[in-house]
Write a protein that binds this ligand. Structure first.
Ligand code: PLP
Length: 429
């Protein structure tokens, strides 16, 4: 494949944008080479500035669950734009998407819309602190909750790719209120809670981790966490920015039958526009301004274009009772296919999968937490990434990322991908 124009565009971008990108993991630092510049996308495919077609397994890091340029979303946004793009005043569509979200997700009464997953998680912990009157939070190593200060402590994803788990600029004062636990290790959480009695406002978790590859919660881990939180008057916050409206209509809460106290959304809920949201039962949400004392606001929050995209996306998911099964079936098919060709080529690997999230790790040990995720062979991953790219398949340029399966992928696309893995595997050792 030729990337002449992408390379030229990247050189220009680097002069005026730090690292040439507006979000670090796009820069290919983890795998080497220069990033691909996208010209357009449709369905399961990206078309880059050099005219190459790529089968896309990033899908804007999750939002494009029904494929790129999904017509109902494009039409809804186009129609809305003609009527004005922002007012800073209430609009009916905000209530419509709120009603739909509340009806799809178990256990929430009210929802507040923001502009990103970062904002959603940042606001959720402020609310948890305001509600409980406590300062400390527990997060898990390798979980990513956006780039706000409290969370940039072993944050997974881009932050891990660069080996700078603690970003300069986060004050010691802020960092000391974030306690770090090991994913899938309930005894570790217990010990932290016991050492900080009556000081912990909330435990925040990706119910299925997706920012250190895909890591499923072990049997009963989430249930035990819920019980532990309840017993200590600690709020359980599910960061469902990745899993919400992806694993099921009601996200991981529905899939694992666990009620969290606060739930964060992003990605799919915006249908590809900048949207985040957080939600909870009335008792908690009524603490938010203007009803309560916890302040949270946004000039463009509930923006009509963003709400139109999100509403069209949620309606499509809500109206199609088979979509989540179809996604899971496609992902399982891919899983089996990749396992077969990697094994045939004697490549050491482990594959993790939940619903339409899947990750390939180049290590034979089970991947259950950040430590085991970090053990994967990064040299093999780099070769794998560039090999796949050359075959016309685009996966995330970091071994700490999940692949996102979109409903636009056909079984032909999946077979194409599996044969690409087969070809690449022959040169991996
Ligand atoms: C992507 C992500 C975020 C951050 O969302 P942004 O929209 O990038 O700010 C937070 N939490 C999880 C689990 C995510 O995957």
């Amino acid at each position: 494949m030729i990337y002449k124009r992408s390379s030229a565009l990247f050189l220009e971008a680097e002069k005026v944008i730090p690292g040439g990108v507006n979000s670090p993991v796009r820069a290919f630092k983890g795998v080497g080479g220069t990033p691909i510049f996208v010209k357009k996308a449709k369905g399961a495919y990206l078309y880059d500035e050099d005219g190459n077609r790529l089968v896309d397994y990033i899908n804007s890091w999750g939002p494009m669950i029904l494929g790129h340029a999904y017509e109902p979303v494009v039409n809804a946004v186009t129609e809305k734009a003609k009527k004005g793009t922002s007012f800073g005043m209430p609009t009916e569509i905000e209530t419509q998407i709120a009603q739909l979200a509340v009806s799809m997700v178990p256990n929430i009464d009210k929802i507040r819309f923001v502009n990103s997953g970062t904002e959603a998680c940042m606001s959720a912990i402020r609310l948890a602190r305001g509600f409980t009157g406590r300062d400390k939070i527990i997060k898990f190593a390798g979980c990513y909750h956006g780039h706000s200060d409290s969370f940039l402590i072993q944050a997974g994803s881009g932050a891990s790719t660069f080996g700078t788990p603690n970003s300069p600029g986060v004050t010691k004062g802020t960092a000391k209120d974030t306690l770090l636990a090991r994913y899938n290790d309930i005894d570790n959480v217990k010990a932290l809670i016991n050492a900080n009695k009556n000081e912990i406002a909330c435990v925040i978790i990706e119910p299925v981790a997706g920012n250190m590859g895909c890591i499923p919660p072990k049997n009963n881990f989430l249930k035990a966490l819920k019980t532990l939180c309840e017993a200590n008057n600690i709020l359980l916050v599910f960061d469902e920015v990745m899993t919400g409206f992806r694993l099921a209509k009601g996200g991981a809460q529905e899939l694992y039958n666990i009620d969290a106290d606060i739930v964060c959304f992003g990605k799919v809920i915006g249908g590809g526009l900048p949207v985040g949201a957080f939600a909870a039962r009335n008792e908690i949400m009524n603490h938010l301004a203007p009803l309560g004392p916890v302040y949270q606001a946004g000039t463009l929050s509930g923006n009509p274009l963003a709400m139109a995209a999100g509403l069209a996306m949620l309606n499509a998911l809500n109206d199609d009772n088979e979509v989540f099964n179809r996604l899971a079936d496609k992902t399982e098919y891919l899983h089996k296919g990749i396992t077969k060709v990697l094994s045939k080529n004697k490549i050491t690997h482990t594959i993790n999968r939940v619903g339409s999230m899947i990750s390939v790790h180049f290590d034979e040990a089970e991947v259950v937490d950040f430590e085991t995720a970090a053990k994967g062979n990064n040299e093999t991953f780099k070769k794998f990434f560039h090999g796949m790219l050359n075959e016309g398949v685009y996966i995330a340029p970091s071994s700490f990322e999940t692949w996102f399966i979109t409903d636009a992928l056909s079984y032909e696309d999946l077979d194409f991908t599996i044969s690409a893995v087969d070809s690449v595997a022959k040169n991996l050792l």
